[in-house]
Design a binder for this molecule. Structure first.
Ligand SMILES: [Zn+2]
Length: 466
């Protein structure tokens, strides 16, 4: 078999790796979109280094768009093989890809207006919401820990990585020249403890591993402390200062964790009596997918659900669906908490809430996730006092805070401990993907100190026979 690294090679987005078996089957491991590279992103995404019609299958590790977001595009270009993933990943993709298609249509409309003014030709969106809806016919949801036969020589089994609802290591077994070779692709690896989903599971020893390395040179704080910090920020902002707390948050995963933390404080009667709004239609739909998959939940949340059947809902929490309801929040004068996408404050409804609230010193903006350096979120975190939103200038007078411990990715010590289940004598090669080169080289050194050998940091486009 041969593996070729087509994306997320010495970088963090655009995950896609092409596996070609000796009998000629071509399997794409993830099919993610490139994000956050400005004007270059569009070209990187449209220019594929393979023919979608020649791909037999996709094995998808999880629903995040940087792993799944190009599936509607290659469907549009003629891919008709099956997409094999966990059941929860399939359900999340149904909403997330449609949402991505809608955003591509909106962005293209805005871009075309500019082009029209310059007398240039309009462009088509990379794919539409309808393409994303249509491609769902290819998805096959498989429960965790069950073998799925792709053909009589190739099978896959998903084991939990604790990164996102449905996230998995793809444990692939290929029968070649009379013996079985095992390739494990980790996708993204979560932290040892997640508030909602089960902890990462050990996975069967592999001959080859493709491992993520996002935080290959970072150590995280203790995550449980973050819950207490969140509560004190709500209290300081809403009760002491009488202001509004704006939380830019990713709609998938992060928002559910924050809502669940607030839900627990509500049950414990610690949460101040203020209204909490989740202003993101995607977050609402995704929360419903979470509610469907209690099989992925850890013991702690299942225990809480014995007395509180809905851990993502309480009396003072309101999910905001329509644009009109979202606009009404502009006139809401009482202290409150608004959780809204996007997490990097680059797009989405949260920009309106920031525009309305950022110049009032009573208010707080709380960042809870990674912000790419060029984004509005990163500029706020750097302490910039004069910013622009939707083309208008604003002076930052609100307090800017950060909680880092809601991270969805394991740090380097946690990655090594996740890999400790592996038989180092059996392992022939490990490829590090999904990380900046600096983080990858540091992770490589750390893993070598833990006894792992033959670690490769592949370049984009490079391929290896195994
Ligand atoms: Zn991910």
């Amino acid at each position: 078999m041969k593996i070729q690294f087509l994306g997320a090679a010495r970088e963090v987005t655009g995950s896609k790796h092409l596996l070609t078996t000796d009998n000629g089957r071509r399997i794409l491991l993830d099919c993610g979109i490139y994000q956050g590279k400005g004007m270059d992103t569009e070209e990187l995404n449209r220019k594929l280094n393979f023919d979608p019609k020649e791909i037999d299958n996709i094995i998808l590790t999880h629903a995040h768009i940087d792993h799944s977001g190009l599936i509607p595009y290659i469907y549009k270009l003629g891919f008709r093989g099956s997409v094999v993933c966990t059941s929860a990943t399939r359900d999340l993709c149904a909403y997330m890809l449609a949402d991505a298609g809608h955003i591509h249509e909106q962005d293209t409309r805005t871009y075309n207006k500019k082009m029209q003014r310059l007398g240039k030709k309009p462009v088509e969106p990379i794919y539409t919401k309808q393409d994303a809806i249509d491609c769902m016919e290819l998805f096959i949801g498989v429960p965790y820990d069950r073998k799925f036969y792709i053909d009589d020589k190739t099978r896959v089994r998903f084991t939990n990585t604790g990164h996102l609802l449905g996230s998995a290591v793809a444990n692939i077994e290929i029968l070649e020249a009379g013996h079985t070779k095992r390739l494990a692709y980790t996708g993204d690896i979560g932290r040892p403890e997640n508030r909602i989903i089960k902890s990462p599971s050990p996975f069967i020893s592999a001959d080859y591993i493709i491992c993520e390395s996002t935080y290959g040179n970072r150590r995280h704080d203790n995550s449980l402390k973050a819950d207490e910090d969140l509560l004190s920020i709500v209290h300081d902002t809403c009760i002491i200062k009488g202001g509004k707390l704006i939380i830019p948050s990713f709609s998938v995963g992060r928002t559910q964790e924050i809502v669940y933390s607030l839900n627990n404080f509500y049950n414990e009667k610690k949460l101040p009596k203020v209204d909490i709004f989740v202003d993101s239609p995607l977050a609402m739909n995704v929360t419903n997918v979470f509610r469907l998959h209690a099989d992925c939940f850890n013991k702690k949340i299942l225990h809480i659900m014995e007395n509180d059947p809905d851990p993502f809902g309480f009396n003072s929490l309101h999910y905001v669906k329509s644009v009109e309801e979202s606009k009404q929040l502009n006139d809401y004068s009482k202290p409150c908490v608004i959780i809204s996408a996007s997490g990097m404050a680059e797009a989405g409804r949260v920009k309106h809430h920031l525009a309305n609230n950022i110049s009032n010193p009573k208010n707080t903006v709380l960042m809870v996730g990674y912000c790419a350096p060029s984004t509005l979120g990163a500029r706020l975190l750097r302490g910039e006092k004069n910013i622009s939103i939707h083309g208008y200038p604003y002076e930052v007078k609100a307090q800017i805070c950060r909680l880092e411990s809601y991270s969805g990715h394991a740090d380097y010590v946690e990655i090594a401990s996740f890999l400790s289940c592996q038989d180092k004598k059996r392992l022939q090669k490990m490829f590090l993907v999904h990380g900046d080169y600096e983080a990858q080289t540091e992770l490589k050194t750390y893993l070598e100190s833990k006894g792992f050998a033959n670690i490769i940091i592949p370049e984009k486009g490079s391929s290896y026979n195994m």
